[in-house]
Design a protein around this ligand. Structure first.
Ligand code: B3K
Ligand code: ZN
Length: 883
């Protein structure tokens, strides 16, 4: 396999001015005719088109005549054309493809009998020969011909300009997209679908028809997606002044989809799990995910489609920015503090480990073998943190000015991350010389902070040390600009007024626009070692560091446990209030793990329990926030903090702490459950979601006690549940303890929901994640269950992904979990390399474990790597993991 490097980027020699596509969809074969108006930009260069080896070339013409054999050459992945006209010319390519046999779910394929497409990143080359790169932007028309009875609905990008009947029971539709776009945004759908329609009138008065397409029986489940779409359109106008640019916006839900969704111009295609929801079948988290992803794809219309990427190394230009936008949208729709907590948890649980492992790469990667492997938490979530830092540094208004300038300069262009950065800085007359390093350096910076108070000088000093750890191919790193948001609490727990701070020799006024002081100062940490001194601090404060997680770093500080308890009780920054509790929990768990490893007795200190008790019983707090505060750091987060990860000890300790909390807070938890039961009718509002989350985490704590009367309580909660959030939470709680109640509930649940594929995914995942010893055999047997289908990515993510998330079974000492995963990866790779590659990623952190486990994983990785005919996708992850 060939590695591609950012430094080798070269602008294309040919522009494509206009592309007319014709699809003759068929059961056995599909014919694709592509007519391209080509503009040479430099004479004499060959025109090299990308094309997958599955393409069958039927005819090839230039200006109406067949290209002679000596003037073109087909290699497995390219079509080379030479002796080309020096001026503009018409290129016509006819290819034959077999979408019905395309199990990769990339290019043109079939899902539940309907035709659909997925072209990002490089799937268009599975449809026809083309310059399959984002900096080739063109105007497209699409003519679709198909059997009318089998495929009554024919959808393409842009506007429908013509439709009608043909002979032999066929019909056709012609779609025209007036906006130029790269081919990765091309889409086509044909099938038996119906739509829920609505309209949205934009701020300048354009009336847009909105349609969500699904199979007929699913239409009642599209209500929430439609509301979310309308909210997104309004939000983007209000917050960024960005308006939709066509009269029609289509969303299609398909059951077989590799990722979440795709922002194809005016024809978004979605994994059904991110469109369909009803209170009975979807949880509160599903509702939130739908809102976020509907927003995300809609926001891409400006950040991604109108302004796109020059090359795939710039992916974060559109993804980091659009994730930031969807995070802000969801914050405005729900609770900002809780949303920030969830986003940071996700970053810490998934991205920090990636940054510390063999797949570590910068937000803008420098090379790749298979681009699909770089749709990562680093490009997306860390990329969003980088965008958020611009806002933290420049302020909300400054950020908006930067966005305005970005669109003013680059609408209709394919650009790189530098252009975004330049727009941000130019619009604000700002210069941050070390900020670009965020795009180039991989690894999570470690920020070490020590503090001291000088009572005589009435000053408080914060000493910072930053270090970016070495990563694959990057042994040496430079310090980079970290915005460090700091607040200081007085002895009453109130925020102190901060009026001035000394950074080395220079003195800064901290005046804000609406007064002469601030309560949160943003320090610009940009040196390896640096000191900041707040002046006029009249008593020894408790520092609240890195408020709202102002930079994606690992913070190490000398804040004491007493101070952390104080912050947990008082910090006005909701994120840091939660974080104080998490820091205490991490310390406690790490300490217990070392005791467990030494065979010593385990004890949870009473201060910790009391801290949780006062949070749980504090009725002035948002209940969703309380639920977050009760959640202990996950097992993988703890594993990531250990020299040698010990999955068994981590699991034992985490279960132990939960049980201790449950035993000590038994009464409080029981009354929390009583007081927060749902009303009969499902209420999606924040208040009711919050009640459910608090009640359900309380139930899961109670379940850890494994007592008959609690089992009875759980069975009742399960039976009386009136919505999926409550039902599946009760089921999950029951599943903690093997026994009759568990088996009965699982089998009831199956009987009730076996016709609902999306609900069955929850059923599969719950069983797969179980910590019951030897669960691998059960999971293996579920591969044969009618509820499972290896060709459907959602099912694979639930069953196989769920299994890998259960540390005790995946990391079983006998290697059975590793062997199981390797077997599946090899089987999947033949069908769907993208999904196989996502699954093999569970192996990447193998060096974090003990020697026996390392040897067992390594053997499986080698077994995979040596397989004949392995996809580039899986090869890249296997070989980088072993390197
Ligand atoms: N842009 C798509 C992701 C495509 C992934 C291709 N392997 C979804 C999104 O981020 O909006
Ligand atoms: Zn995206």
């Amino acid at each position: 396999p060939k590695e591609i490097f950012l430094r080798d980027y070269k602008a294309p020699d040919y522009a494509f001015e206009k592309v007319d596509l014709k699809f003759e969809l068929g059961e056995e074969k599909t014919l694709v005719t592509s007519n391209i108006r080509v503009l040479p930009k430099s004479s004499g260069a060959p025109l090299i088109l990308d094309g997958d080896s599955s393409l069958k070339l039927v005819t090839l013409k230039i200006n109406g005549s067949s290209v002679p054999e000596e003037d073109f050459k087909i290699t497995p992945r390219k079509l080379h054309l030479t002796s080309l006209p020096t001026g503009p010319f018409e290129l016509e390519i006819v290819t034959e493809i077999e979408p019905q046999n395309n199990t990769s779910l990339e290019g043109l394929y079939k899902s539940s009998g309907n035709f659909c497409t997925q072209c990002e990143a490089e799937g268009f080359r599975k449809i026809t020969y083309y310059q399959d790169r984002p900096d080739v932007m063109s105007k497209f028309t699409t003519r679709i011909e198909a059997d009318k009875a089998l495929y009554p609905v024919l959808l393409g990008n842009g506007n429908l300009i013509e439709e009608g009947d043909l002979t032999d029971g066929k019909h056709y539709a012609v779609w025209e997209d007036p906006w130029t776009k790269p081919c990765y945004l091309f889409a086509l759908v044909a099938g038996q679908l119906v739509s829920r329609d609505d309209t949205f009138t934009t701020m300048s008065g354009r009336k847009v028809v909105l349609r969500i397409w699904t199979p007929p029986q699913d239409i009642p489940k599209t209500d929430h997606a439609m509301k979310s779409l309308i909210n997104s359109m309004k939000w983007d106008e209000e917050v960024f002044g960005l308006e939709y640019d066509l009269d029609l916006f289509n969303v299609v839900a398909v059951p077989d989809f590799n990722m979440g969704a795709m922002e194809n111009k005016s024809l978004n295609i979605f994994n059904s799990r991110l469109v369909l929801a009803s209170p009975e079948t979807a949880t509160d988290s599903d509702y939130a995910a739908i809102e976020g992803v509907i927003g995300h794809e809609y926001f891409h219309n400006w950040t991604g489609n109108r302004v796109t990427c020059r090359d795939w190394f710039q992916l974060s230009l559109k993804e980091g920015l659009t994730v930031f936008r969807d995070q802000e949208f969801s914050s405005d729709m729900g609770s900002r503090g809780v949303k920030r907590i969830s986003d940071v948890s996700r970053l810490r649980i998934s991205q920090f480990p990636q940054d510390a492992g063999p797949m570590a790469h910068p937000v803008r990667p420098q090379s790749y073998i298979k681009m699909d492997n770089f749709y990562t938490v680093t490009v997306y979530e860390k990329g969003a943190e980088v965008v958020r830092m611009y806002q933290t540094l420049l302020g909300k208004e400054g950020f908006r000015k930067g966005m305005d300038l970005y669109f003013q300069r680059h609408d209709g262009q394919a650009v790189s991350c530098e252009e975004f950065m330049a727009a941000m800085f130019d619009a604000n007359d700002a210069k941050f010389p070390t900020f670009p390093l965020w795009y180039a350096q991989a690894g999570t910076p470690i920020l070490t902070v020590t503090t001291s108070y000088d009572a005589d000088a009435q000053s408080f000093t914060i000493k910072c040390k930053q270090e970016v750890p070495p990563t694959a191919g990057q042994p040496q790193k430079e310090p980079m600009l970290l915005p460090l948001a700091v607040g200081l609490l007085d002895s009453q727990g109130n925020d102190m007024r901060l009026s001035s701070v000394k950074d080395g020799a220079s003195l800064h006024n901290l005046s804000s626009s609406d007064g002469d002081f601030t309560t949160t100062a943003v320090l610009h940490v940009d040196k390896a070692e640096q000191e900041f001194t707040f002046l006029g601090i009249t008593e020894k404060p408790v520092p609240s560091l890195l408020r709202n997680f102002s930079a994606p770093v690992r913070l190490v500080s000398d804040v004491t446990d007493d101070e952390l308890f104080f912050l947990l009780a008082h910090d006005s920054d909701q994120f840091n209030r939660w974080e104080a509790g998490q820091t205490l929990a991490r310390k406690l768990m790490l300490d217990l793990i070392s005791k467990q490893q030494k065979g010593e007795e385990l004890n949870v200190n009473s201060a910790f329990i009391e801290g949780i008790r006062s949070t749980v019983t504090n009725s002035s707090l948002d209940k969703e926030f309380v639920a977050k505060c009760m959640s202990l750091p996950g097992e993988s987060e703890i594993a990531d903090l250990m020299e040698v990860a010990d999955p068994d000890a981590i699991h034992t300790v985490r279960r132990f702490v939960i049980k201790q909390i449950a035993a000590s807070l038994r009464e409080e938890l029981l009354s929390t459950v009583e007081e927060n039961r749902s009303s009969a009718a499902y209420d999606p509002s924040h208040e009711h979601r919050a009640r459910r989350s608090l009640k359900n985490i309380s139930l899961s704590y109670m379940a850890s006690l494994n007592e008959p009367e609690i089992t009875e309580l759980l069975v009742n909660e399960y039976k009386n549940a009136t919505n999926m959030t409550d039902q599946v939470s009760a089921l999950a709680a029951l599943c903690q303890n093997p026994g009759d109640a568990r088996s009965q509930a699982l089998s009831d649940f199956y009987d009730q929901w076996k016709e609902e594929a999306l609900v069955m995914n929850k059923w599969l995942a719950l069983q797969a994640m179980s910590d019951v010893p030897g669960n691998v055999e059960h999971v293996r047997s579920l591969l044969e269950h009618p509820a499972f289908d290896i060709r459907n990515p959602n099912k694979v993510y639930s069953l196989i992904g769920g299994f890998c998330a259960s540390a005790v079974n995946f990391h079983a000492k006998d290697g059975s979990g590793y062997k199981f995963l390797a077997d599946i990866v090899l089987e999947l790779d033949k069908l769907n390399p993208q999904v196989a590659s996502r699954m093999i990623s569970a192996f990447t952190r193998w060096r974090r474990f003990d020697e026996e486990r390392q040897a067992l994983t390594k053997a499986q990785l080698e077994r995979i790597k040596s397989q004949d005919g392995l996809s580039d996708n899986v090869f890249e992850i296997a070989s980088k993991s072993l390197a």
